[in-house]
Design a binder for this molecule. Structure first.
Ligand SMILES: [Zn+2]
Length: 314
């Protein structure tokens, strides 16, 4: 039996208010805005929120990044704004908490697989060993999976449905040789097509590649990252209408339930936010993320919150 709420690892320290007006990306505020959106829509009851996790250490960051870049970012010098975001002490602390939220959610999914683990976080998948890039500072996925590999010898798969290719995993393979075991080659999945064909790619990967890898024991846990910037109306995306974006969510969460039955145990699953911008109507981004999580409630946990996604045409 699965726990009937979404176990959420969130602290207000993940959100950064400073420079919010100067940054193109609203991602530094997204975790806080999303939790408020749940409250405003009376959906907060579906989330079991935990704030008691600690920030990543410098040693954790060094598993995926050079000393020079880590020092630059922590101290606000050199290429500390290579992520395209204004640096501040508060932002630096928020980045560490966002990475910690992702790691804690993934770790919880392998330790307590009956709980769907959620990290309301983003800003990881374009980072490189020696710099940030495109609103991403540190490679949270890489750091998390290396830590999980070291502690449990378990390998993960990332379903990266953000509108942009998640390069951080591939770009870190030569820097961190253990990554080949922590996230095997072929398990950083990024669909590239449009609407029905995009959905077809997702379906094909889940059924023909990930399912056999889970059954054979090559992969032990799955991280679902349904970025809202793959949506056609996001100013940085063009791949999916609301219908196809939600079909991917509904299919994935139903597939998790099927995998539980096939494996005879709960599949360790965690999820995170990733991209989504919409400077004209940020609620559209929050509604898509909420739709994904309510799809989890409906198709995986079998509790129907009757939530309708609202995306304003741009
Ligand atoms: Zn993106």
């Amino acid at each position: 039996m699965r726990f009937n709420k979404i176990k959420t690892f969130y602290t207000p320290l993940q959100a950064c208010e400073s420079n919010a007006d100067k940054n193109y990306s609203k991602s530094p505020l997204k975790p806080k805005k999303l939790i408020q959106f749940f409250k405003d829509n009376e959906l907060i009851k579906y989330f079991d929120i935990h704030a008691d996790f600690s920030a990543l250490t410098k040693q954790d960051l060094l598993t995926a990044h050079t000393v020079e870049y880590v020092d630059n970012f922590l101290e606000g010098k050199g290429n500390c704004e290579s992520n395209g975001l204004k640096w501040s002490k508060e932002f630096s602390a928020a980045v560490l908490m966002n990475n910690a939220s992702l790691y804690t959610a993934i770790r919880n999914s392998v330790v307590h697989p009956h709980e769907i683990s959620f990290s309301p976080s983003s800003g990881f998948h374009h980072a490189r060993p020696n710099r940030g890039s495109a609103f991403c500072t540190f490679s949270g996925q890489v750091i998390s999976s290396l830590k999980i590999w070291e502690e449990f010898k378990m390998a993960g798969c990332y379903l990266d449905l953000d509108g942009h290719f998640g390069n951080s995993i591939e770009d870190t393979r030569s820097f961190a040789p253990d990554l080949e075991k922590a996230i095997p080659v072929g398990f950083n999945f990024n669909p590239r097509l449009y609407d029905a064909e995009y959905f077809g790619e997702v379906e094909n990967f889940l059924v023909n590649i990930l399912k056999p890898a889970l059954i054979s024991g090559q992969i032990h846990y799955v991280v679902w990252c349904h970025g809202a910037d793959s949506h056609k109306d996001d100013q940085l995306g063009d791949q999916c209408s609301t219908e196809w974006w939600m079909k991917c969510a509904d299919y994935f969460w139903g597939w998790v339930r099927e995998m539980d039955a096939r494996l005879g145990r709960n599949l360790p699953v965690s999820c995170a936010l990733f991209g989504g911008y919409r400077d004209d109507d940020f609620d559209s981004v929050l509604s898509l993320h909420t739709g994904d999580l309510m799809s989890c409630m409906k198709y995986c946990l079998k509790i129907d919150a009757n939530y309708q996604v609202v995306v304003k045409p741009r």
